[in-house]
Design a protein around this ligand. Structure first.
Ligand SMILES: [Fe+2]
Length: 450
């Protein structure tokens, strides 16, 4: 009996079914998957000869000695050295890396942008527009925020970033990420994480496509500590999905572009590099449906810190102080009694970049529109505009569903610097700061006045 034959009468589930078709559920699991039977060695990583004449190769996303190490063993048609020749430097002038401090740009302030619109034909590479950068790509700290505008699929063209892990937040259109480790289809209200060093091409399934990217130079995103919340709610591990193995055996002249220390280089190769037939390991791309995020909040009074809505966090080395938090503001019930329910006024050592995926955000009923972004930088005051303040201060406090809303925040411990594109070319709302102008002084010394 071969190991694929089951005992009579026993039925085994296929590798992926239903909502998981094409994916394997779990966060940072040690997955294993093969696109051809017996392609994956069992019980060892590096046999003398791999089945099908495949080459064994390890992709390490952490130092070998990290705890836990994150790595994946691939079994591929050619080793990656065959998908890499001599490099030629190229220019992608709108994709910037930190440090990128333009002396003619002021980053100190409150900023908000209307949606950036597509102009001309663009791909994942040519359609990336950097809005802010923070930290330093060369020392692997900080991040960049981008908006992408894509109308065209990459054809015989591949990419990887040695600099960063990319968190992709689509806002319009549907994309397909064909990666070395499998295929991820992505649409608005989902996110994808593409790990550092993984080769892929991006295809347009339904365009034009617009969305946001957080480029994480530092440690990988992980699930936040749950503390007293316990084992359930927020983002549950089973809702993260890594793709099953998929490969192509295509001999066509192709271009591989590499982002390395903030610069871009091309290399010409003779075949598709997406030739991994089988893999196992815990270093993989994945996607997550934001609609499965289970928010936890105040159920009697007051308003918790927004960290209660953290989906993923990328540590900085200082405990509790993230290089990046990815925070989600989605539909939820508001029930707190005698409470100012929207986000309160505040200043924050962390800098907060927000994007609107759809609907209306409760602290800014106007002006922060789907596809739009805002930045409240390190220690810059912000909070509800006058309409939001007056409405929340005098409305009847019954249980209320905050509906038709999905926004997010990339929050980092580092100040964010605007790019020249963000300050001069993107549709910056020059009058944003005026949203607080009509807030009036109510204090006149009268005790008991509210
Ligand atoms: Fe804030």
């Amino acid at each position: 009996m071969s190991r694929f034959e089951l005992p009579k009468g026993m039925v085994r589930a296929p590798q992926a079914v239903g909502a998981n078709e094409g994916y394997m559920p779990g966060f940072a699991n040690d997955f294993e998957t093969e696109a051809l039977p017996d392609a994956l060695p069992q019980g060892m990583n590096s046999p003398q000869r791999c089945n099908y004449g495949l080459y064994g190769e390890q992709l390490s996303g952490t130092a070998f000695t990290a705890n836990p190490p994150e790595r994946t063993w691939t079994y591929r048609i050619r080793p990656s050295v065959k998908h890499s020749a001599r490099y030629t430097k190229i220019d992608l002038p709108l994709w910037k890396s930190a440090p990128c401090v333009d002396p003619d740009v002021i980053s100190l302030g409150q900023y908000r942008w209307d949606p950036v619109e597509a102009t001309g034909e663009t791909t994942w590479l040519t359609g990336m527009r950097t809005m802010t950068t923070a930290g330093d790509v060369n020392t692997q700290v900080g991040m960049a925020s981008h908006i992408y505008l894509i109308t065209q699929s990459m054809v015989d063209s591949y990419f990887f970033s040695a600099d960063s892990e990319l968190l992709v937040v689509p806002q319009e259109g549907r994309l397909r990420f064909c990666t070395e480790l499998g295929i991820i289809d992505l649409e608005p209200q989902e996110i994808a994480i593409i790990p550092r060093g993984l080769v892929y091409r991006v295809e347009v399934l339904e365009g034009p496509c617009r969305g946001f990217v957080c480029e994480n130079y530092g440690q990988k995103f992980e699930l936040p500590g749950r503390g007293p919340i316990g084992a359930n709610c927020m983002a549950n591990p089973r809702d993260f999905k890594a793709p099953v193995a998929a490969f192509e055996d295509r001999e066509v002249p192709s271009t591989l572009t590499i982002k390395w220390c903030g610069q871009f280089h091309e290399t010409e190769i003779a075949q598709s590099p997406l030739d991994v037939v089988a893999w196992h390991g815990n270093y993989a791309p994945y996607k997550y449906d934001l609609k499965t995020y289970c928010p936890v909040g105040a159920i009697l009074f007051d308003h918790p810190d927004p960290s209660i809505f953290t989906v993923l966090t990328a540590p900085s080395g200082v405990p509790g102080t993230a290089n990046i938090d990815f925070v989600l503001f989605r539909e939820r019930w508001m029930v707190a009694e005698d409470t100012f329910r929207p986000p309160w006024y505040h200043k924050n050592i962390m800098s907060e970049l927000m994007g609107n995926i759809y609907g209306q955000y409760d602290a800014k009923p106007q002006g922060f529109v789907p596809g739009g972004m805002s930045l409240h930088n390190m220690m810059i005051p912000h909070g509800p505009d006058r309409n939001a303040f007056e409405g929340a201060s005098y409305s009847e406090l019954k249980a209320e569903k905050l509906d038709n809303t999905m926004s997010f925040m990339f929050e980092t411990r580092f100040p964010q610097h605007l790019t020249e594109f963000a300050a001069k070319d993107a549709p910056l709302q020059d009058d944003y700061i005026d949203c607080w102008e009509s807030l009036e002084k109510k204090f006149d010394g009268t005790p008991g006045k509210k």
